[in-house]
Design a protein around this ligand. Structure first.
Ligand SMILES: [Zn+2]
Length: 415
């Protein structure tokens, strides 16, 4: 008998090895055993062969500007309008307000099965550290449910916005986990990229850019990011979000970019909800989708994730923080239909984003933290195709949420 095991999940079906039904022994917050018919008399949950994942990994979300739809006026649905409306709303933000809205958003993410999360936090002389301080508090207050990583970035530009770089440096010294950039809003995009790489080198941080957020493929800031990544030897430590320009090039050109991304070690996060909402607004019919085909980049060796980005704000006036829904939305938008391809999309909200975030202890494996989410399905393809409900989640072995499966009350005589 294994005495250290405090809890057993019986008849679990780990994603990635769906043909094997196993018992998972948990103790001291970690996975201690994975085997069929585990001999142990600890308390147990019977999962009935349901799929389990190590929790979903959200690589790109903006907690600080979430839940402000009621403060904005969306008339055109363009990126420029979203930036202007959010900048205006930001003037009224306080630390308490940001904490309350971000908390509301996190409380959506937890029961959707998210256990790891990277949030982008805006830093500039107007908002100063209000968002940073609020999110740092949330990081501690929600550590029972998820690991939160803070990416500080200058949403309103760097070289065009005096005082911003000093604040970013202070944040890097004071608890930021990584640094981001947003060159498309800067008066000097290449200078912006160079400064972000310099700060990353100075503080030994990973980088996550907002990049190439339009449908004109005639030029790309990605070229400069690839060049700087290789110059600094930062491969495996750089991600870019959006890259919607890559939805506007043909398969041959996409393959060439994919090989360059893979060789340089630059990862791509696709944000289907925002990109579908904001892109192609200059069309009044036959609107392009503007969603970069991440699964095709994966085929060229690129690390890719699908993520939420914005929740209930002018960039995306929707949101339930469900990454399964995001994978399903993506599959619809980019016309993924083969069962094996649909199944592989589960990787883009689990293992692939874990790799993007360089998470060394992620996965259902002995010795890892017992981060486990039970889905109401028996295969990865069903999880994405049928939007399987997360029924129960564990963070370091403790239950963080439960959602009973629906009960159908069919009458004895249904006619
Ligand atoms: Zn973003």
């Amino acid at each position: 008998m294994t005495t250290a095991i405090e809890l057993v999940l019986r008849e679990a079906r780990p994603a990635g090895s769906e043909e094997h039904i196993v018992d998972i022994g948990i103790g001291d917050g970690c996975i201690l055993a994975i085997e069929a018919g585990l001999a142990c008399d600890a308390p147990e949950h019977h999962l009935g062969g349901r799929l389990v994942v190590p929790g979903f990994v959200e690589t790109h979300i903006h907690l600080d500007k979430s839940c402000i739809s009621d403060r904005a006026n969306i008339r055109q649905g363009t990126l420029a309008e979203a930036l202007a409306e959010t900048t205006a709303a930001k003037r009224g933000f306080t630390e308490e307000d940001i904490y309350a809205r971000a908390s509301r958003t996190l409380r959506k993410a937890v029961p959707q099965g998210t256990t790891r999360l990277r949030t982008h936090v805006e830093i500039d002389p107007r908002i100063s550290f209000k968002g940073f301080d609020a999110i740092r508090k949330l990081k501690q207050d929600y550590a029972w449910a998820l690991d939160l990583e803070i990416c500080v970035f200058p949403q309103e530009g760097l070289l065009n916005d005096p005082g911003t770089e000093d604040l970013l440096i202070a944040a890097c010294r004071d608890g930021a986990d990584l640094i981001g950039g947003c060159p498309y809003v800067d008066s000097d995009p290449h200078g912006h990229i160079a400064h972000i790489f310099a700060l990353a080198e100075q503080f030994d941080l990973d980088i996550d850019f907002h990049l190439d957020f339009d449908l004109d493929p005639s030029w790309m800031h990605l070229d400069e990011v690839l060049r700087q990544t290789e110059r600094l030897g930062w491969g495996g430590r750089v991600a870019v979000g959006h890259a919607t320009k890559l939805s506007a090039i043909d398969a041959q050109a996409l393959a060439a970019v994919g090989r360059r991304l893979a060789d340089a070690g630059v990862a791509v996060t696709v944000l289907p909800a925002t990109d579908l909402f904001l892109m192609g607004r200059d069309h009044d019919h036959n609107v392009p989708r503007g969603v970069t085909p991440a699964h095709r980049l994966v085929a060229h060796g690129v690390t890719c994730s699908l993520a939420t980005n914005n929740v209930l704000n002018p960039f995306t006036p929707f949101g339930d923080c469900s990454l399964i829904r995001m994978a399903n939305l993506y599959a619809n938008a980019v016309q993924v239909g083969r069962t094996s391809e649909i199944a592989s999309l589960l990787d883009l909200i689990t293992t692939a984003p874990a790799k993007l975030m360089n998470l060394a202890d992620y996965g259902i494996a002995v010795g890892n933290p017992a981060d486990i989410v039970v889905l109401d399905c028996a295969s990865a393809a069903a999880a994405v195709a049928e939007l399987a409900s997360p029924l129960m989640g564990f963070k370091r072995g403790r239950v963080t949420f439960e959602r009973p499966a629906a009960v159908i009350n069919q009458p004895a005589d249904p006619r």
